[in-house]
Write a protein that binds this ligand. Sequence first.
Ligand code: GLY
Ligand code: MN
Ligand code: MN
Length: 431
Amino acid sequence: MPDSRLATLQAEHIQHLQTAYADILNQQGYDAVLISSGAAPMRYADDQAHHHQGYGHFLHWVGLSDLEHSWLLVEKDGRVRLWLHTPVDFWHAVTPIPAEGWTRLIEVTGQAGIDAPDITYPERLAVIGDPAQISGAPGDANPPSLLAALDSLRVIKTAYEVACIDQASAIAARGHNAARDAFLAGASEFGINLAYQQATGQRETQAPYHSIIGLNQHAGTLHYQHYDLQAPHRPRSLLIDAGVRYRGYCSDITRTTAAPGENRFGALIAGLESLQKRLCDAVAPGVDYIELHQRAHLGLAALLKASELVQDIDDAGMVEKGITRAFFPHGLGHFLGIQVHDVAGKPRPAPEHAPFLRLTHSLKPGMVVTIEPGLYFIPSLLDPLLESTDRRYLNRPLIDDLRGCGGIRIEDNVLVTEAGARNLTRTHLPV
Ligand code: GLY
Ligand code: MN
Ligand code: MN
């Protein structure tokens, strides 16, 4: 998308926030809200800081995820001011005052200090952000009902936000292609991570979450956090779950690849991908996400049977007995936006049968969700099942053979539209 079009969409996004914040401030009985960017805390007993990625409600307005010690004041008459931290500092680079079009809507001033700006504030003031950063600031600190209203505002994305998530997906797609090529060329987890970073032009600390890169059985650890420096003697599989942050907005994409010759595991990936695509196609306004999660379990039951991993039980019975949960323990997906697991996903609690489900809405146009079914060989979940009376349904030799491939997850980012859905990932990464 040309920069000028993105700038127009950003101006419309800010104008939408001005109106929406005015309504929320009126409803909540405030004249203004002061929003802290936050700042990275120091490591304990050290002179080094943790990495910073910005407070969500701050990023909603300005998208500058690396700003620290900066403040935004939103008044209910629509006036918005940003105090950008511009210290005199010869150790670090200081963020210059941006010259982009959005500064016509948000007044930007430099401020050397880190405290809330020393101005006369409107009478009824709220201040929101990391409690450690706002403790000395004026106003009611983090009022829960105001925070809930601002979280809800982030559920329906503007055209600007969708364009940013789409671009985050486009950049991540380059990284996923490079990661697959690196795997097929024999790279280690560490080497695949380097290939991903090189192709996306993104440092690890800027990524919306730690890239999950697992070879062989590591693919079965849902949020595997290490990178082996050496490739395994016999590479069998790669699972990479990695995204990109673009102008504050995240992508969250997973692909699984079988090594050449891993035909059985490759067929299982193809089966899960076919289910994943059907689930993406089923995304539409009015769809209950909890029901979609259940549909994923029924689809997984059919796949487990077709691949002969589970036998002699019908699909509904397999789900009912919790057998599919041993293979697919996490939720089908979540909201995606400024945070990878974006806010306000659970207007009702997750049901007992899906305790890790992060999204319980009925879908509406403008929501962006992930669709990420999985099929894993996780010893701590499968071994008790293999010891239980339900072991008679399980094909132990086949499970034992595929354990070494770890597992499969396939994850796309999907926009709910008036007519149905738009897959923001497959347009850039068809496989
Ligand atoms: N990357 C974490 C997740 O898919 O939820
Ligand atoms: Mn996800
Ligand atoms: Mn993911």
